[in-house]
Design a protein around this ligand. Structure first.
Ligand code: GUN
Ligand code: ZN
Length: 445
């Protein structure tokens, strides 16, 4: 067992209402062995009380620092690290001119390995300890990312990108042998093989990953839905309702579905553990469908602002009561930093789809990127599953050590905070990777 002394930030159990943040100025976090050789939280609270209950446990002291849950990135693309900051008129030209050319480079295993190494290091450096991640349509890109996450013992979920039409030929899923016409079927065979190879191994999980409806045939989407029914424990990830041109395209390709979102439902791709990125241009029936199926939205504010896609409707989502959490969406998104993403979400809430918009509380923003995002993934400890994104007893001990004095301005501003909201808002507005002094991953000590 080991203990860490610092200020502590965490969240009350979901049963006590969402986003109830807890803070202990002089706290102690005790971690010790849990299942699968992982370290889990044993206790936390005021230093004096907890230290008395755990005599003899070695204590590492971080004076003036804040220990907080590791961040959960609900949607990010590892092959798009180099695509950050590529301007375009909107989503579709951005995909064609920057994203697809870069993703083609992942045909080379060496390229995948170095990109995966950089990507995982960058997530951890920014305090992200759990991520739901896109790879490319190349098998080797998935293997490389899983291998790197496994080496760093990170909780990571990814999958083979399914695309069997409407993309450059060398990015489409390939047939089982040259000249054969079985690319769609083969993409599903590869998906199942990858599930068996990686899902549930150490801290890794598999996500069935149709890129978005326009780049899949109905047969591929239906096949993906059949696999999702066969493997209920596996995640599903895709994109929906991000951009008006994308929506018109999806509607033209799947005219029999009630809406773009309903296309996924019609193919068996909406259920718990299904995470849809963006979810901006919804009507109330779409929102009700999210709620009824238990699917969740990955809100991608910096991406939506950068590509001019629109503003996630927080008011509409809460009215319908569907789950959501925050995501960087690198490389449409502009930063790996959860602080930049939380600030982007604040701007998006302010702007809103319906005026006057909302002023999201900092504890609410923080929850959306930690315990709330974990809940959207089903990684909140319910039904005997692992819990991340929080520091309650039993949670996997993934956490960050934040230094509120990391820059002169942060030091000046945080010293003025007279309550928790003021402190958190200062960190969100002024913070970036410099704030993250250390990222600790739950592993055998
Ligand atoms: N829709 C389909 N593919 C993508 C992608 O790579 N990024 C974003 N932002 N939207 C998408
Ligand atoms: Zn995306």
């Amino acid at each position: 067992m080991k203990a860490y002394r610092a200020s502590l930030l965490w969240f009350a159990p979901a049963s006590e209402g969402p986003a109830r943040a807890l803070f202990e100025q002089d706290g102690l976090l005790v971690v010790g062995p849990g299942p699968k050789g992982l370290q889990v939280v044993q206790a936390l609270g005021p230093y004096r009380e907890v230290a008395a209950a755990y005599p003899g446990v070695a204590v590492e002291h971080f004076p003036g620092r804040i220990i907080a849950p590791g961040f959960v990135d609900l949607h990010v693309h590892y092959p798009q690290t180099n695509v950050i900051g590529s301007p375009a008129d909107g989503l579709l030209p951005w995909l064609e001119n920057y994203t697809f050319p870069e993703e083609k480079r992942f045909a080379a295993p060496d390229y995948c390995a170095q990109a995966a190494t950089f990507f995982i290091a960058e997530l951890l450096r920014n305090g992200v300890t759990t991520a739901l991640t896109f790879a490319t349509s190349h098998l080797q890109s998935v293997d490389a990312l899983f291998a790197q996450a496994q080496a760093r013992r990170m909780r990571l979920i990814t999958g083979l990108c399914l695309m069997d039409r409407n993309a450059p030929a060398d990015l489409l899923n390939q047939p089982s042998a040259p000249g054969r016409a079985d690319a769609t079927e083969h993409s599903l065979v590869e998906t199942e093989a990858l599930i068996q190879r990686w899902h549930g191994r150490d801290r890794l999980g598999y996500a069935i990953t149709p890129r978005f409806a326009p780049t899949s045939t109905p047969a591929q989407l239906r096949g993906a839905g059949e696999l999702a029914a066969q493997y209920p424990d596996v995640w599903i990830q895709s994109h929906v309702a991000e951009n008006q041109h994308e929506i018109a395209w999806a509607r033209a390709l799947f005219p029999q579905s009630r809406s773009y979102l309903a296309t996924y439902d019609d193919c068996g791709l909406m259920r718990q553990r299904a995470i849809y990125a963006h979810c901006i241009h919804f009507d109330d029936d779409d929102r009700a469908l999210m709620r009824a199926t238990g699917a969740a939205a990955a809100v991608c504010p910096t991406s939506n602002l950068f590509l001019g896609s629109g503003f996630f409707d927080y008011v509409g989502a809460d009215r319908a009561g569907f789950a959501y959490g925050l995501a960087s969406d690198v490389g449409g998104g502009t930063s790996f930093s959860p602080f930049h993403t939380m600030l982007g979400a604040y701007y998006v809430g302010r702007e809103g789809q319906t005026k006057p918009g909302v002023s999201l509380a900092p504890r609410q923003l923080w929850w959306q990127h930690t315990a709330g995002a974990a809940q959207a993934l089903g990684l909140d400890g319910s039904a005997g599953r692992p819990a991340v994104g929080n520091l309650l007893p039993g949670c996997e001990a993934d956490f960050v050590v934040l230094n509120p004095q990391a820059t002169p301005l942060l030091a000046r501003k945080t010293a003025l905070a007279s309550n928790l909201d003021e402190l958190l808002f200062s960190l969100i507005v002024l913070g970036d990777d410099r704030l993250v002094e250390r990222t600790v991953i739950s592993q055998a000590l």
